[in-house]
Design a binder for this molecule. Structure first.
Ligand code: PNS
Length: 158
């Protein structure tokens, strides 16, 4: 594929996300990692920090760019002219939410953009940004769950 879009909150980017970024980048010429600015839940990190952490995490990949967007994902995907939007599935807990979003987005895309699901690696199937940031905020060890460079950034801005 030519252009894919991997979207999320990335609050913060985890090694689970990074695994999906690495794998998605191999499926296309260009991968956009899109950070959603307005979320239904409250973000722990500002969009600037979420983008900075992502940039650090993807520095080794030449065909990946980061960006942020406001408003509907469907409008952003159309604007960026991507062929598909990538989402990761960790377990059945993700499935219902993702299915609902994929159906809603399919109505909104209008022009055949697909939602492409990749299964998360088992090593990261329990990792979520929410849990990582909670454990980190309470002084727990999150080494190995986020890239080392991202962990250093989290410590710096704590
Ligand atoms: O990493 P997350 O929090 O699971 O990502 C959810 C995200 C950002 C993909 C979703 O909330 C989203 O698409 N937000 C943009 C606004 C939008 O289009 N909402 C309608 C979704 S059907």
């Amino acid at each position: 594929m030519k252009k894919l879009l991997y979207v999320g909150s990335f609050d913060p980017v985890t090694n689970g996300h990074l695994d999906l970024i690495n794998r998605s980048a191999k499926l296309c010429d260009r991968l956009i990692v899109g950070v959603a600015e307005n979320l239904s839940k409250k973000a722990r990190y500002s969009v600037e920090d979420r983008l900075r952490m992502l940039k650090i995490a993807i520095a080794h990949l030449d065909n990946v760019e980061t960006d942020s967007f406001t408003g509907l994902l469907a409008d952003y995907a159309k604007r960026r002219k991507v062929e598909a939007v990538v989402r990761g599935l960790r377990a059945t807990m993700d499935f219902e939410y993702e299915l609902q979003m994929a159906h809603m987005n399919a109505r909104l895309y209008e022009n055949g953009i697909e939602t492409l699901f990749l299964m998360s690696s088992p090593a990261y199937s329990f990792v979520s940004s929410g849990l990582v940031s909670e454990v980190f905020a309470l002084g727990g060890n999150v080494e190995g769950l986020v890239p080392d460079s991202v962990l250093a950034y989290m410590k710096k801005i704590r």
